[in-house]
Design a protein around this ligand. Structure first.
Ligand SMILES: Cc1cc2nc3c(=O)[nH]c(=O)nc-3n(C[C@H](O)[C@H](O)[C@H](O)COP(=O)(O)OP(=O)(O)OC[C@H]3O[C@@H](n4cnc5c(N)ncnc54)[C@H](O)[C@@H]3O)c2cc1C
Length: 417
């Protein structure tokens, strides 16, 4: 590798990934498979052994993630799916309904001709599996560590580390430190934030009746809610709740006793799963659509939530980012094999061109869905209910909705493995 304009004596890496959340670790794993000789460093702000401290650990808190078919294919191709599979609950049906209105639709895996419409897994399991796999690679991990200063040089990026005070340099800096990235800001890459004026409350819920692999998407006047199937716990069926609320109502629900919270949930969700018996730890997230002003520069890529952070109702954020990760790893790997500068602007723009259509479609879908269902006006209610009724009548429309959820509508733009 040509080493121009680097700093004498500074540890030199091919690729430094800042942010060891679900996206940063996934990329590190895929890069290690592309070229084992690459010198890759992962910098994570939090110590991994503190992974149960949810407040400071955005990726691996008590949330669950609905993985799409496209994510399954990427993890399978990377040889990671078999380790994840024992922790997932398959989504066999999606049940979409609108509280207080007639519209209702069901989408089934059987009808879509697939084994499952998605796979729900607790983030802590994703973290445990990915970290274990990472330990078997040559990727160097420093955690806890933060970036104090970043300087773009002629053909390298110089990074001053906060805790150790050391200076390192890299050919490619991948910024994956989450929404409103501090590292990107240090390079003058800004985030455009459009708040939804809503909070997403997440919690695991034990219910009376088996969910039978059904994911419930329910639209209420306050905002959408999802109850996703999880594995049983202590003999009780469980679901992962994502409940969108106004900030005021979210504050009330967060402060409520478990009994009051469960009563409010029962009223809003109904009795499709019988009595909602228990609620686990609750966490509230302010919801916003956040996009980075730039995703690639020479020697720099912005990835994951740092590049685009979406409304969670459509369950697309990580799935989209994983398609970005897979495409980036492929493009970098191909450039390296062809002895082309993998950190050049041309190579990185090639990656971005491959992902732009997928990103735009997914952003639009995730942005429009909650807005459509947040409108209380009767005209909108009529529109969305006839939309749901239409979906139940028209298999092709239902198929398109299901395909989108599975990441299939994006397969030309994403990785079609
Ligand atoms: C309620 C909710 C439900 C969701 N459900 C789904 C779903 O079902 N399906 C789906 O696909 N997506 C879902 N998402 C989106 C998904 O969680 C995100 O897309 C994903 O977490 C993004 O991962 P990330 O690694 O980019 O960012 P993060 O998870 O934010 O991780 C960033 C990492 O960087 C570290 N970090 C921060 N600053 C620094 C620094 N200066 N230096 C070093 N490290 C740093 C952090 O400690 C963290 O580990 C959901 C999101 C929410 C909020």
């Amino acid at each position: 590798m040509v080493q121009t304009s680097g700093q004498e004596g500074a540890a030199d890496y091919d690729i430094v990934i800042v942010g060891g959340g679900m996206v940063g670790i996934s990329l590190a794993l895929l890069l290690a498979q592309q070229h084992a000789e690459w010198k890759v460093l992962l910098l994570e702000a939090q110590a991994y052994e503190q992974s149960d401290q949810h407040e400071s650990r955005p990726s691996f808190d008590s949330r669950s993630t609905a993985l799409s078919w496209s994510s399954r294919k990427i993890f399978s191709a990377a040889g990671l799916w078999s380790a994840l599979q024992s922790h997932v609950s398959e989504i066999k049906k999606i049940h979409v309904s609108d509280r207080g209105h007639v519209g209702l639709t069901r989408i089934s895996a059987e009808e879509a001709g697939v084994e499952a419409l998605g796979y729900v897994i607790e983030n802590r399991w994703i973290g445990a599996v990915l970290l274990e796999q990472l330990g078997a690679t040559s990727v160097e991990v420093i955690a806890p560590e933060r970036v104090a200063k970043v300087v773009a040089m002629k053909s390298k990026v110089r990074i001053d580390l906060e805790n150790s005070g050391e200076t390192i340099q890299t050919s490619l800096l991948v910024i994956a430190d989450g929404a409103n990235s501090k590292t990107a800001q240090k390079l003058g890459i800004h985030s455009d934030q459009q708040p939804y004026g809503q909070q997403g409350i997440i919690a695991n819920i034990a219910v009376q009746n088996p969910h039978c692999g059904v994911a419930y998407e329910r639209f209420t006047d306050q905002g959408p809610m999802a109850m996703l199937p999880l594995s049983d716990c202590d003999g009780l069926p469980r679901c992962a709740l994502v409940w969108t609320q106004t900030p005021e109502r979210a504050a009330q629900l967060m402060a409520a006793s478990d009994d009051d919270f469960l009563q409010a949930l029962q009223e809003s969700f109904g009795y499709r799963l019988g009595i909602v018996e228990k609620v686990g730890e609750r966490i509230a997230y302010p919801l916003a659509l956040t996009t980075a002003s730039e995703q690639v520069r020479r020697n720099v890529v912005v990835l994951g939530n740092a590049a685009h952070s979406l409304h969670p109702v459509a369950g697309q954020g990580f799935n989209l980012s994983l398609r970005d990760v897979a495409t980036l790893a492929d493009v970098l790997g191909a450039a390296k094999t062809a002895a082309i500068d993998f950190a050049s602007l041309e190579t990185l723009e090639h990656y971005q061109q491959q992902q732009v259509a997928d990103q735009q479609k997914t952003l639009l879908f995730s942005d429009n869905l909650p807005k459509l269902f947040a409108q209380p006006s009767s005209l909108m209610a009529l529109g969305r209910n006839s939309g749901l009724v239409m979906m139940d009548l028209l298999p092709s429309l239902r198929g398109r909705f299901a395909n989108f959820g599975m990441g299939m509508a994006n397969k030309e733009a994403g990785r079609g493995k």
